[in-house]
Design a protein around this ligand. Structure first.
Ligand code: ATP
Length: 247
C-alpha cells in the first residue's frame, strides 16, 4: 500500500569507505526518495553512484549512517525484501530457462531448507509467469537465457524484481550495454511499472536525455558528495542546471 507521506528510502549521514582503503567514497548527510518516485542518479565516473545503490541494497556495508526503507531501519549490510536490483550486466544465470531466472525473485520469500534447496511451488510459478507477462516476455518462459538479446535479458531481470514483489527497484546503469532503441524500451518499461504499480525506481544513468525523458527527479553526485536533488522538469533559474555536473 502506497503511503506518499512516508519516504521509500531515507538516508542519514551515510558514509562509505571500502575495506583496506582510506578514501571516503560516499558521504551523504541526508537523502530522501519519495515513495512512487522515479529518480535518476547522475555524476561523473567514480562519483559513487554504484556505491550508493549497493549500500541501499546491502551489497556494500556503509562505514556509518542509517538507512530506512519504507520507514524501517535497515541493519547495515542486509538486503531488505522490498528492494530489488537490476544491473548493467543483467546478473542472470546462463544455461537456465528464463522462468528459472525469474523464480529466483521468489527466494526472498522463502525460509530455511525450502530456500536452501530452491524449492518453488505452483504459486511461485504463477507469480513468475505473471511477471514475465508484465514485461512482455511470457512466450520466452522456457527458452534458455543465452538465446535472448540484451534488451530481452534486462526485461527478464526486471521480471525477477516483480516476482520478488519489490516495492523499490534500484537499477545500476541498466541500459549501459543496450543500443539506443532497447535502452528506451527498458526505460519505458521501468516507467510503466512505476506509474502503474507505484514501484519506486532509482536508476543510475550516464545519459542525460534519458534522465530528462523518464525521471521525475534527479540526484547529482560528485566525488561522493550529493550536489543537488531536484525535479527534472522546470528547473528554477536560481539553481544551477543539473547537467553542469558533467562540465
Ligand atoms: N570494491 C571496491 N573497493 C575499493 N574501492 C572501490 C570499490 N568499488 C568502487 N570503489 C571506488 O569507489 C569510488 C566510487 O565508485 P563507484 O563505482 O560507486 O562510482 P560510479 O559513480 O558508479 O562510477 P561509474 O559511473 O564509473 O560506474 C571510486 O573511486 C571507485 O574506485
Amino acid at each position: 500500500m502506497m503511503n506518499p507521506a512516508q519516504p521509500a528510502l531515507d538516508v542519514q549521514n551515510l558514509q562509505v569507505r571500502y575495506p583496506g582503503t582510506k578514501q571516503v567514497v560516499l558521504d551523504i548527510a541526508q537523502l530522501t526518495i519519495k515513495e512512487g518516485s522515479f529518480t535518476g542518479i547522475v555524476g561523473p565516473s567514480g562519483a559513487g553512484k554504484s556505491t550508493l545503490l549497493r549500500s541501499l541494497n546491502g551489497l556494500v556495508r556503509p562505514t556509518r549512517g542509517q538507512i530506512r526503507i519504507n520507514g524501517h531501519p535497515v541493519p547495515p549490510g542486509t538486503t531488505p525484501q522490498q528492494v530489488s536490483m537490476v544491473f548493467q550486466g543483467f546478473n542472470l544465470m546462463p544455461r537456465m530457462s528464463v522462468l528459472s531466472n525469474v523464480l529466483v525473485g521468489r527466494l526472498s520469500h522463502k525460509r530455511g531448507l525450502t530456500k536452501l534447496m530452491g524449492r518453488f511451488d505452483a504459486r511461485d510459478r504463477d507469480i513468475s509467469l505473471r511477471a514475465l507477462s508484465q514485461v512482455g516476455m511470457l512466450r520466452y518462459a522456457y527458452r534458455d537465457i543465452r538465446d535472448l538479446s540484451g534488451g530481452q535479458k534486462q526485461r527478464v531481470a526486471i521480471a525477477r524484481c516483480l516476482a520478488q514483489a519489490a516495492s523499490i527497484i534500484l537499477a545500476d546503469e541498466p541500459v549501459a550495454s543496450l543500443d539506443p532503441l532497447n535502452a528506451r524500451n527498458v526505460m519505458s518499461l521501468l516507467r510503466d511499472l512505476n506509474l502503474e504499480y507505484g514501484i519506486t525506481v532509482v536508476v543510475n544513468l550516464h545519459q542525460t536525455d534519458l534522465v530528462e525523458s523518464y525521471c521525475d527527479s534527479v540526484v547529482g553526485l560528485s566525488a561522493g558528495q550529493m550536489k543537488f536533488h531536484q525535479p527534472t522538469g522546470a528547473t528554477p533559474k536560481s539553481t544551477p542546471d543539473w547537467k553542469q555536473i558533467y562540465a
